[in-house]
Design a protein around this ligand. Structure first.
Ligand code: G6P
Length: 586
């Protein structure tokens, strides 16, 4: 979840590292730090806050030297404090380390090191790795043997970069991403290509269980036994360089606004893979679909449309729950795994469980070079460009479009979805920010908001509640319309707002009745519908469309509402508190 970066080259390292960290901030942003090597001395600065903030306070980018490491943190072990921020140096001060992941046996290792006289300043597991490396380096006197010994002692999931005071860098990968960027006379060791994309588009994706050593402008890749590994250089897609806000105030607003175009790109470069996926699905006894957060909400939509249009029964299982209900997975089945990043730890774990019982894996991912893509049998690309805003927006609609493309293929030409209609409908909604901004002002002070939908609109209600929670910190809950009288009605009074998702389809009249029942209890109603009604205190109009366009159209106003309510509340919509975009730890 944290971002790590190392730089070895001919230019002053710190400004390059700070730039890379700003681009990777989506991975974690509660604190930041940089360490560099200059004249065989390690210089280190770190502090709590976002990169821009901390840098203007303590000038991380003014550190001297041409070799360095940097980190943005998403706290796991230890509170958000200056001391717990990375990099961490070892007791001797002769090395510093940045780390992403969790060391499961850190307490035991810490106790052993303490017995040997090591002193710890922070509450982190990372400082344990720093001192373990120091101990092993003092014993072996060389970096290669030090890393081999250290990784053999660590349990957990990690990627780290360590910098020695003689200017050598080493980095190891175990179930957390590590990518080497190869520039002109320079190397980058990074969690994400965004860390170095401004400098180079040549990259090596380090395989799991390997490590690298960079010194004297030479790069070695080795496995954890010390055997040399040959790996190909990949040319990273230039579209990653798109990760700029442009004229938009925030990435989130930019990404919401891109949806009229991104829905056309979903799955377009992987048409053959969609055909192959359909073969798997048709020939499989059971089909399961999994994901986390927003991606799980897409899975719930898939469950409904697969059954209704293609008559295929699909079981949707939340990735974080699948490990506890693995008995639900019949051997020799198909698992569809949805993940924007392709790095969510729970999703990867779910896939590994399914693979153990010989299931085929179809993944729907945005990052085609991700860990999920690498372990899947078939990979379908969302192709919506980098999504930097922590709350998923355009990736959600791209996922839904790919699900639609799969059901079209399953229906053998009998179902035709009008993607132009979907795109035009999104564009129309995007033209009307004014009404949504007014409503954002109304909801900014409230503490509870509910979102009600029936049938296919229920997963949209869940996704809407998730967006509101993530961006506005208002308690938000999705309610299946029919369940209103089985509990949620007890919560309705004049202090709450209820968003009613009510397009004019087969769910319309029942949902209108629910709205009246809620209104009678004094709650304020925001209706999202193509039909006006006096029951709505606020009406957000969506265009009249065909049935399958509605789930996408009705998502857009809630993305915008969440964004504008965050602005009203002075919350940062791109980087909500306590969250991270890519949850690579369980
Ligand atoms: C995190 C993000 C969510 C995202 C979820 C799944 O919780 O904050 O926005 O929906 O991870 O991410 P994935 O990359 O697997 O789709």
């Amino acid at each position: 979840m944290c971002s790590i970066i190392g730089y070895y080259g001919n230019e002053i390292a710190a400004p390059i590292i700070v730039k890379g960290l700003k681009r990777m901030e989506y991975r974690g942003y509660d604190s930041v730090g940089v360490a560099t090597e200059s004249n065989s001395q390690i210089e280190l600065k770190k502090g709590v806050g976002k990169v821009e903030e901390v840098n203007s306070k303590i000038q991380l980018d003014a550190l001297p030297g041409k070799i360095g490491i940097g980190h943005t943190r998403w706290a796991t072990h230890g509170r958000v404090t200056d001391v717990n921020a990375h990099p961490h140096s070892s007791n001797s001060g002769k090395l510093a380390i940045v780390h992403n992941g969790i060391i499961e046996n850190f307490e035991q290792l810490k106790k052993e090191l303490e017995k040997e006289g090591y002193i710890f300043q922070s509450e982190t597991d990372t400082e344990v790795i720093a001192n373990l490396i120091q101990k092993n380096y003092e014993a072996t006197k060389n970096v290669k043997d030090t890393i081999i010994k250290t990784v053999s002692e660590l349990k957990g999931h990690y990627a780290f970069v360590v910098m020695f005071e003689n200017g050598q860098l080493a980095a190891a990968r175990f179930h957390e991403p590590l990518i080497v960027g190869i520039g002109k006379d320079s190397y980058f060791l990074s969690s994400d290509v965004l860390g170095f994309i401004e400098q180079t588009d040549n990259a090596i994706y380090i395989e799991n269980g390997n490590f690298v050593i960079v010194d004297k402008e030479k790069l070695q890749i080795l496995d954890f036994n010390g055997e040399s590994i040959k790996q190909q250089i990949t040319r990273v897609s230039k579209e990653f360089a798109d990760a700029y806000k442009g004229d938009y105030a925030h990435f989130t607003l930019k990404e919401i606004s891109e949806q009229p175009d991104t829905i056309f790109k979903a799955g377009e470069k992987t048409k053959e893979e969609i055909k192959k996926a359909v073969d798997y699905i048709k020939n499989s006894n059971n089909v399961y679909i999994t994901g986390s957060g927003t991606s799980f909400n897409s899975a719930l939509i898939a469950k409904q449309v697969f059954a209704k249009y293609a008559k295929v029964k699909v079981d949707a299982i939340m990735s974080s729950e699948l490990q506890f209900s693995s008995d639900l997975i019949e051997p020799d089945s198909t698992l569809i795994a949805i993940s924007q990043s392709g790095e969510s730890a729970d999703v990867l774990e779910a896939v590994n469980i399914a693979k153990k019982v010989n299931c085929k894996v179809i993944s729907i991912v945005n990052s085609l070079t991700s860990s999920l893509a690498r372990i899947s049998n078939i990979v379908i690309g969302m192709n919506c460009g980098p999504e930097i805003g922590v709350a998923a927006t355009k990736s959600f609609t791209s996922q839904v479009i790919i699900i639609y493309k799969i059901i079209e293929e399953l229906c053998n030409g009998k179902l035709k979805i009008d993607y132009n209609e979907i795109s035009e409908s999104i564009s129309k909604i995007l033209e009307n920010h004014a009404q949504i901004m007014r409503i954002a002002k109304e909801i900014k002070e409230i503490s509870d908001i509910y979102v009600l939908g029936r049938g296919i609109h229920y997963p949209i209600a869940l996704e809407s509640a998730l967006k509101l929670k993530e961006l506005t910190y208002i308690h938000a809950e999705g309610i299946p319309g029919g369940e209103l009288k089985h509990g949620p009605l007890a919560l309705m009074d004049s202090n709450v707002f209820v968003i009613i998702i009510n397009p004019n389809d087969s769910t319309y009249l029942d949902t209108l009745t629910s709205s009246r029942e809620i209104k009678a209890r004094g709650a304020k109603i925001i209706g999202i519908s193509d039909v006006k009604s006096d029951v709505y205190d606020f009406w957000i109009e969506i265009p009249k469309t065909s049935e399958l366009s509605y789930p996408i159209s009705e998502t857009i106003p809630i993305q915008l509402l969440s964004y504008y309510a965050a602005i009203e509340k002075d919350a940062d919509p791109d980087y909500p508190r306590n969250l991270a975009k890519s949850v690579t730890v369980k």
